[in-house]
Ligand binder design. Structure first.
Ligand code: NAP
Length: 350
């Protein structure tokens, strides 16, 4: 049970739940998480773009009609999950709030707003306190990363992070996953490979993350990971550098992490802290050369962590490898965990 989440499931009231972006990669997983975790949903309102009007989504064994998202979509809605990009969140979150819904936003629209908590429930559940009705779900790399870093705070203060990512297609949405499959088929059949969603050939290739390069030379994804990790850990001045790379993996992101502490540390103590940590699965079998891998992390709630070792340079620094299903812990699962915590708090306060 996560800190801040009521054990008294019966304390939950039933909720009318809207999902903006219900037809997308994260939206589909959101419905799966709500079902799996038996979240108390009295009515589901799946919302998407006009292109999805008339389609249905499957929820709890029934087909539910998708509606076009608009300002009038939130009447009577208790909880609205937003998963349709920052532009849609900026346009429609005010309408959802005006209708009285609690909002869990998967987009980057409000993550760095001072009055909006950015929460990973295993890491900073206390930040939910005093929320103003909108809680932001972090960037997927930052969410997975902080789950693995949180237990290591027991070893000392984290002073510096160097992170390199190996990011999957699913991080760019359902169409990017489809594009990788089509490109791979075309490549194997010796047909011309035409990128349709991401900017470069993707099958049997990798490239610097597709977000735009910003003024400081980092791309948008790297800047998000830095700012959001600092916010989630409550360390705005944490020294941090990140390189984000897209690899031809369908699902689950991998991250190579170098951590420097304010004091000497040992891999044994790191292992001890990680093995029992919430949201972490220790995957480390040196004899079999078996460490976290996307195929193992896909569909898993836990973030896989292993290959913890001294960095070979100084006695304050560790290397580790982590891998997490970013559609789950990086998005849908984390959002539902936030909603569980919000609902419990809401009910206790009422
Ligand atoms: P996706 O697979 O491309 O899905 C996008 C969803 O947004 C679809 O349901 C789409 O509906 C809907 N949408 C697009 N335009 C819309 C409009 N004008 N009005 C209403 N709905 C509209 O993308 P995704 O990967 O699920 O990502 C969704 C959001 O989650 C993004 O903000 C992303 O940054 C965030 N996020 C994603 C991940 C990840 O790992 N993928 C992780 C964390 C956060 P149609 O099907 O009708 O087009």
């Amino acid at each position: 049970m996560l800190p801040g989440v009521s054990e008294d499931v019966e304390a939950y009231t039933m909720n009318k739940v809207a999902i903006v972006g219900a037809t997308g990669a994260v939206g589909q997983e959101l419905m799966g998480c709500l079902e799996r975790r038996d979240f108390p949903v009295s009515e589901l309102v799946p919302l998407a773009s006009p292109a999805s009007a008339g389609k249905t989504v499957r929820f709890r064994g029934e087909d539910v009609l998708v509606q076009v998202a608009g300002e009038d979509s939130f009447t009577g809605v208790d909880i609205a999950f937003f998963s349709a990009g920052a532009t849609r969140s900026r346009a429609l979150v005010p309408a959802a709030r005006a209708a009285g819904a609690l909002v869990v936003d998967n987009s980057s629209a409000f993550r760095m707003d001072e009055d909006v908590p950015l929460v990973v429930p295993e890491v900073n559940p206390g930040d939910l306190k005093g929320h103003g009705g909108v809680v932001a779900n972090p960037n997927c790399v930052a969410a997975i990363l902080t789950v693995a870093l949180a237990p290591l705070r027991a070893l000392g203060s984290i002073e510096r992070l160097i992170v390199s990512t190996y990011q999957s297609a699913s991080g760019a949405g359902a169409k990017a996953m489809e594009d990788l499959i089509v490109q791979t088929r075309d490549h194997l059949a010796e047909r011309p490979v035409v990128p349709r969603v991401l900017p470069h050939p993707y099958a049997f290739n990798l490239f610097s993350h597709d977000s735009a390069i910003e003024e400081n030379g980092f791309n948008g994804e790297e800047n998000k990971v830095i700012a959001e990790t600092q916010k989630i850990l409550g360390k705005p001045n944490l020294a941090m550098t990140v390189t984000c790379v897209r690899v031809p993996v369908l699902r689950a992101h991998t991250e190579s992490v170098h951590i420097t502490f304010d004091r000497p540390v040992s891999p044994e103590n790191a292992k001890r802290a990680l093995e029992s940590a919430p949201g972490v699965r220790w995957v480390d079998d040196p004899a079999a050369n078996l460490f976290p891998m996307p195929v193992e992390a896909s569909g898993e709630d836990d973030v896989l962590v292993g290959r913890v070792r001294m960095d070979g340079i100084d006695d304050h620094s560790l290397n580790l490898l982590i891998c997490g299903d970013q559609l789950l812990k990086g998005a849908a699962l984390n959002s539902v965990q936030i909603a569980e915590a919000l609902t419990a708090t809401h009910t206790q306060d009422a």
